[in-house]
Design a binder for this molecule. Structure first.
Ligand code: HPA
Length: 280
């Protein structure tokens, strides 16, 4: 008996249907919460939390520091959906699954998504704890979420990436940064697959290529969202200076601890931004 796998679009419809059966809120803004940053979702008003394992096709991350919940609620009067935890390329999931959460948010109706992550810093003069607006990316992961037949129902075969990190959304982040007196860096994020951290030689290469930060996430999600014409912004918490630039070895514990130490500031930024972005 032949058995055909459901298409990405069919799986998406199943996930969206399961969500809609449980929550009536139609989110306007989406947020992806990275390593050590998940707690933001717990502060949403009228919070409804759906564990990924209660929804079809949404895998939970096994990485320490990542919960696995789709969270709905309000920031002021803006309806929001948050991914509390995400899966990464290095966990071995197929690429469609790495981006299934953000595609679900897009199908639920969000007009823009802010993605957060932990990243290593590459710039002289930067330090652990700095926050950075991503202005553009280098996809060096060796992977791409749109390989294979194009899902015509989602977007075009050759999506444009010129304004992948939306100019207006970045402006709004800068406005909130000013109002909250929370300085923000801005720079290019290089995405590698991981899971090992980079070698010092790789970090020198990335600096030559024009990157200011390096990490193992975000880029698949941004590509998948731009395919669906959803506007994106992204913020990195520079949790450590990259390999060979700081003192000593890199450690996930340090990444988590730095992200947690900047959590309150990042939450202020997110709240301020959501209120602005929810109106435009
Ligand atoms: N490299 C890659 N990913 C990271 C790093 C890093 O130094 N820090 C946090 N995520």
């Amino acid at each position: 008996m032949s058995h055909t796998e459901p298409s990405v679009t069919e799986r998406l419809e199943e996930t969206v249907k399961a969500v809609r059966a449980k929550v009536s809120l139609v989110p306007r803004v989406g947020v992806v919460l990275g390593s050590g940053l998940g707690a933001f979702a717990d502060g949403l008003k009228e919070l409804v939390k759906l564990p990924y394992e209660t929804l079809p096709h949404l895998p939970a991350s096994k990485v320490v520091g990542h919960a696995g919940n789709l969270c709905f609620g309000h920031v002021d009067d803006v309806p929001v959906v948050c991914m509390q935890g995400r899966v990464h390329i290095y966990e071995g999931h197929p690429m469609w699954q790495v981006v299934h959460g953000v595609r679900t948010m897009a199908r639920l109706g969000v007009s823009c998504v802010l993605i957060t992550n932990a990243a290593g810093g590459l710039e002289a003069g930067w330090s652990a704890g700095d926050l950075m607006i991503i202005s553009d990316h280098l996809n060096l992961s060796g992977m791409h979420p749109l390989l294979g037949p194009n899902e015509e129902a989602l977007g075009t075969r050759f999506p444009d990436m010129t304004n992948a990190y939306d100019t207006r959304l970045r402006e709004q982040l800068r406005e909130v940064s000013k109002a909250e007196a929370l300085p923000l860096r801005e720079g290019v994020y290089a995405a590698l697959s991981g899971p090992s951290y980079e070698t010092p030689a790789e970090i020198r290469m990335l600096r030559t290529l024009g990157a200011q930060a390096v990490g193992m996430s975000t880029v698949p999600e941004v590509i998948a969202l731009r395919h669906m014409r959803v506007r994106c912004a992204a913020l990195s918490c520079i949790t450590n200076m990259a390999a060979g630039l700081g003192s000593g070895e890199l450690d996930h514990k340090e990444v988590e601890e730095t992200a947690k130490a900047r959590r309150a500031d990042l939450q202020r930024l997110l709240r301020g931004w959501i209120v602005k972005a929810g109106q435009s």
